[in-house]
Design a protein around this ligand. Structure first.
Ligand code: SF4
Length: 344
């Protein structure tokens, strides 16, 4: 498995089957049915002679060291550095994408880097783990799985920043090597928002993938990009999303409300008012979420972590950086002893 097929550009994909003259890709929830010679929605999976190939296997477009808080992952190995990698392509088409130049590039570019070299680079830079990020890692799953397996062998952890729109079948395989994930909702998970601004017909597969992640023991943090348009900022949708998280993932799941900034093709919508983010955070706390953050607002008091029981500030952050951490070695609040949801 995973042997390159005579060329560094073509690699037999996983997660597909034949359906008559078409190839059905079941890596992500788009379930593209692809004719001979054609490419799937993500732009990186092509049918050649009845076989589905991954065109972006190992073709890295970005590799950089980041603080894990940038993902954001606030509760998993706080303060650690991770080596981030990305390819081109995406299974979403967010009209405001900050990384549209790589995610929406319909041409596969990038230098081939064997999995061993990624892991060696992470170790040589002093990273404690890897992050598969910047574009949607699902669409380079075959490569990510090969890197993740090697990373575990060398004692590194693996984290994904993902839209969560993969199939349960794919997550069952990915989840064997995935330690933590930031799963990004947009517009409180409103279906019309996904249709209008992302070209995704229905966000419900994300919830199935989250359940599969949870079952696999992946540490999960949720982000929700709050966009100040009618479809992206409804209180009703917000409460529905928060109730689902509490019921299925637990109130201890870290939840980040992210500020939208106009970008790419959505330049006529203003940045999210900070008051709207604060209102969302207040509602989430009222519903019972224990760790609620506001992101993309540098210096906001909800960058910090407060003990859910006694409200003591256990972690003081500035942007992606930790100014002070006051948590016991066994992950408790030093003031009241409450067991905090951290992997230290
Ligand atoms: S991974 Fe790409 S080809 Fe496969 S279903 Fe998703 S968008 Fe389509």
């Amino acid at each position: 498995m995973n042997k390159l097929m005579g060329s560094k550009d073509l690699k037999v994909a996983s997660f597909w089957s034949r359906e008559g003259s078409l190839v059905h890709c079941h890596l992500c929830a788009r379930h593209c049915r692809i004719p001979e010679g054609q490419i799937g929605f993500c732009g990186v999976r092509k049918v050649v002679n009845g076989t589905l190939y991954s065109l972006n296997y190992g073709r890295l477009i970005a590799m950089a060291m980041d603080p894990i808080e940038k993902k954001p992952l606030n509760h998993y190995k706080p303060g650690s550095d991770v080596l981030s990698i990305a390819t081109v392509g995406c299974n979403f088409a967010c009209q405001y994408c900050q990384n549209w130049d790589i995610s929406q590039r319909k041409k596969v570019t990038g230098s081939y880097v064997p999995p061993e070299e990624v892991v060696e680079a992470a170790l040589s830079y002093g990273a404690l783990g890897l992050s598969y990020t910047y574009n949607e890692p699902t669409i380079f799953a075959e490569y990510a799985i090969d890197v993740m397996r090697l990373a575990h062998e060398k004692g590194l952890f693996n984290t994904w920043v993902t839209n969560g729109y993969m199939t349960v079948e794919a997550m069952d395989e990915i989840g064997k090597y995935l330690d933590a994930a930031t799963v990004d909702f947009k517009g409180h998970g409103n279906r019309d928002f996904y249709r209008k601004y992302i070209y995704v017909p229905d966000p419900s597969p994300i919830f199935d993938a989250l359940l599969a992640m949870k079952e696999k023991g992946v540490f999960i943090e949720i982000t929700d990009l709050v966009v100040p348009v009618d479809e992206g900022s409804s209180t009703e949708d917000l409460r529905r999303l928060v109730k689902w998280i509490i019921e299925h993932l637990g109130p201890e799941t870290p939840l980040h409300f992210l500020r939208f900034h106009p970008h790419y093709r959505l330049l006529d919508v203003p940045p999210t008012p900070v008051e709207l983010l604060e209102k969302a955070a207040k509602i989430a706390m009222e519903e019972g979420m224990e760790y609620v953050y506001i992101g993309n607002v540098w210096g906001h008091e909800l960058e910090d972590t407060y003990c859910p029981k006694c409200k003591y500030r256990v972690l003081d952050r500035e942007g992606f950086y930790i100014r002070k951490m006051d948590i016991t070695d066994d992950g408790r609040c030093p003031k009241c002893g409450y067991k905090l949801n951290f992997i230290l």
